[in-house]
Design a binder for this molecule. Structure first.
Ligand code: GLN
Length: 514
C-alpha cells in the first residue's frame, strides 16, 4: 500500500519502538528498519522523513553501526536522535568523542525556539538524556539550536538540507515536550498530511481482505484475547460466514470467560461467522497430571492446543486462508523489522504452522501497535470490556497455579481471581491498575475456621502498574480493599485459608506468577 510514511532506522537503541509509536500518535504511519537496510530499498519506499534512533555504539569506533552519506543527500528530511545525531555529525565531517561529563536523566535544555523543530516549545525545557559521547564540533553547514550546561550541542540543524540532530530522546515521556518536537518534525519539516487514522485503516483493510479472499474459506484460532478477537471481527465484516473461528476452551481460562467469548462470537452474538467451541478441559487436565515444572506446563499446553486445533481443522477440510493475530511488536521482536536482537521467537511470526492445510496467511493487524489494535477494535464496534481486556497468557491459569494443575485448583484460583477483580472494580481501581490477578501458591498451612483445624492453600494477589510490560511496579492498593478481598476469599472459596499480597516489582520478579 502506498501510504504516507516516516521510517525509523534502528541502530539498536532501547526506544526504537517508542519512536515509531510516537510518530503514529501524530497520525502518521511509521515503520522500523535496521540500519543495514539497503539505501535503494529506502529510496523505493519513498518516505516523507527518516528518523535515526539511539544506539549502544560509539560512532567513531571501528565497526560501529553506520549509514551511507547518501542518506543525507536524498532531499528527504532526516532527524537523528542521540546516536543518530552523533552519526549525522560524524558522517558529515563534525567531531564526536567521549564527553567530559556524561549526562543521564532529566536535564534542562535551552532551545532556540525559532527553529522549526522547537516551534511552540518552551525555551527552557526538561529532556531525557542518556549518553557518554557528545558532539564536540558540528559538521559544516549546521548550526547549534540547543544546549545544556554540560552539553554544548544538545541539538543542531541544517535547515536548507532539512537535517536535524538531537542529543536527547524526544520519544521518551520524560522529555516533557518531546511529542511536540516530533510533531513539528513530521508536519513542519516533512510536510506530512497525517492520514493515519484507525477508521480509514479499518475500512481499507476490510476492502483489501474482501478482494484477496474472494469466495475462499478462512480459518481463525480465536483465544478471546484482544488481538485474535479484533482480527476475527475484521474478517467477519469482510467475508461473513466464509470465516470459521475455532475457540479451544482448555479449562485454564478465567471464571466464566469461555461463556463470555461464546456470547460475543457464538450464534447468538452480533457477528456473522461460524463459531466452533471445543470443550477440551479434561484433555488438558489429563496431560498436566503430575507436572510441576512451569516450562514443561507451558510446553504441554501449547502442544495440546495445536493438537486440538488440528483435529478441528481436519474436520473443516482444506481452507484457503489462515488468520493470525500478529501485531507489529511481534514482527519487530522477531528481528524482522528493526535491529533489536531476537527477543523471543513468536509463534505468530515467521515459521508458519504446518498442521493446517491452507494456502496463505492473513495477518490483518501486522502493522499495528497494541494501542492501535484496541482503537481498531473500538472502530469495529467490539465491546469495550473485550477491547480493554488485560493481557492473559496463552497457557492461562496453567501458569498461575504453582505446581501441579488440577481441576480443583483451577476452580479455586478462578473463584479467588473473580472476587479480587470484582472488589478492585468496586473500589474504582480497575482502570487505574495496569494488571492484576490472583495466583495459587503451592503452599498449604494450618489454620482454624469455625473451631476446626484447616490445612489449606494460600492464594497470592498480584497487581502491577506498567507502561510497556517490560518493567513493572507493584500497585499500592489501599489496605481496606485488600482486607475486604482477603475476607471474601477466605469465606467464599473452599480450600483457601491464607491470602498474600505480592510486593515484588519486575525486575527482579516477572508479572506472571508461576
Ligand atoms: N552510545 C552513544 C553514547 O553513549 C549513544 C547513546 C544513545 O543513543 N542513547 O553517547
Amino acid at each position: 500500500m502506498n501510504r504516507e510514511k516516516i521510517i525509523v532506522i534502528d541502530f539498536g537503541g532501547q526506544y526504537n519502538q517508542l519512536v515509531a509509536r510516537r510518530v503514529r500518535e501524530c497520525s502518521v504511519y511509521c515503520e522500523i528498519y535496521s540500519y543495514k537496510t539497503d539505501i535503494e530499498q529506502i529510496k523505493a519506499m519513498n518516505p516523507k522523513g527518516i528518523i535515526l534512533t539511539g544506539g549502544p555504539n560509539s560512532c567513531y569506533e571501528e565497526n560501529a553501526a553506520s549509514c551511507s552519506k547518501e542518506l543525507f543527500e536524498l532531499g528527504i528530511p532526516v532527524l537523528g536522535l542521540c546516536y543518530g545525531a552523533q552519526l549525522i555529525m560524524h558522517v558529515l565531517g563534525g567531531r564526536v568523542c567521549k564527553a567530559p561529563v556524561r549526562e543521564y536523566g532529566k536535564i534542562q535544555v535551552t532551545v532556540d525556539t525559532s527553529s522549526k523543530l522547537f516551534r511552540d516549545v518552551s525555551e527552557k525545557t526538561i529532556c531525557w538524556m542518556s549518553h557518554n559521547d557528545y558532539i564536540e564540533r558540528i559538521a559544516p553547514g549546521f548550526e547549534i539550536i540547543a544546549r545544556t550546561s554540560d552539553c554544548p550541542v544538545a541539538a543542531a540543524q541544517w535547515e536548507e538540507r532539512k537535517l536535524y540532530a538531537i542529543q536527547f530522546h524526544p520519544e521518551v515521556l520524560h522529555t516533557k515536550e518531546g511529542s511536540k518536537m516530533l510533531h513539528n518534525f513530521v508536519y513542519k519539516v516533512c510536510g506530512c498530511e497525517g492520514a493515519w487514522r484507525m477508521d480509514t485503516f479499518v475500512e481499507t483493510s476490510i476492502r483489501a481482505i474482501r478482494e484477496k479472499v474472494g469466495s475462499g474459506k478462512v480459518l481463525c484460532a480465536l483465544s478471546g484475547g484482544v488481538d485474535s478477537s479484533v482480527a476475527a471481527v475484521m474478517l467477519s465484516k469482510a467475508v461473513g460466514d466464509q470465516l470459521t473461528c475455532v475457540f479451544v476452551d482448555h479449562g485454564l481460562l478465567r471464571k466464566n470467560e469461555g461463556d463470555e467469548v461464546e456470547e460475543v462470537f457464538g450464534p447468538n452474538g452480533p457477528y456473522d461467522l461460524n463459531f466452533i467451541r471445543v470443550n477440551a478441559q479434561e484433555r488438558f487436565y489429563e496431560k498436566l497430571k503430575g507436572v510441576e515444572e512451569p516450562e514443561k506446563k507451558r510446553k504441554i499446553i501449547g502442544e495440546e492446543f495445536i493438537r486440538v486445533f488440528e483435529e478441528e481443522a481436519k474436520k473443516i477440510g482444506a481452507v484457503e486462508f489462515l488468520v493470525q493475530g500478529t501485531i507489529y511488536p511481534d514482527v519487530v521482536e522477531s528481528g524482522l523489522g528493526g535491529e533489536s536482537a531476537v527477543i523471543k521467537s513468536h509463534h505468530n511470526v515467521g515459521g508458519l504452522p504446518d498442521y493446517v492445510d491452507f494456502k496463505e496467511v492473513i495477518e490483518p493487524l501486522r502493522d499495528l501497535f497494541k494501542d492501535e489494535v484496541r482503537k481498531a477494535g473500538l472502530e469495529l464496534g467490539i465491546p469495550e470490556k473485550l477491547v480493554f481486556r488485560q493481557p492473559f497468557p496463552g497457557p492461562g491459569l496453567g501458569i498461575r497455579i504453582v505446581g501441579e494443575v488440577t481441576a480443583q485448583k483451577v476452580a479455586m484460583v478462578q473463584d479467588a481471581d473473580a472476587i479480587y477483580r470484582e472488589e478492585i472494580a468496586r473500589a474504582g481501581l480497575d482502570k487505574e491498575i495496569g494488571q492484576y490477578f490472583a495466583a495459587l501458591t503451592n503452599m498449604r498451612s494450618v489454620g482454624v475456621m469455625g473451631d476446626e483445624r484447616t490445612y489449606d492453600y494460600a492464594v497470592a494477589l498480584r497487581a502491577v502498574n506498567t507502561v510497556d510490560f517490560m518493567t513493572a511496579e507493584t500497585a499500592e492498593i489501599p489496605f481496606a480493599v485488600l482486607t475486604k478481598v482477603m475476607n471474601r476469599i477466605i469465606n467464599e472459596v473452599k480450600g483457601i485459608n491464607r491470602v498474600f499480597y505480592d510486593l515484588t516489582s519486575k525486575p527482579p520478579g516477572t508479572i506472571e506468577f508461576e
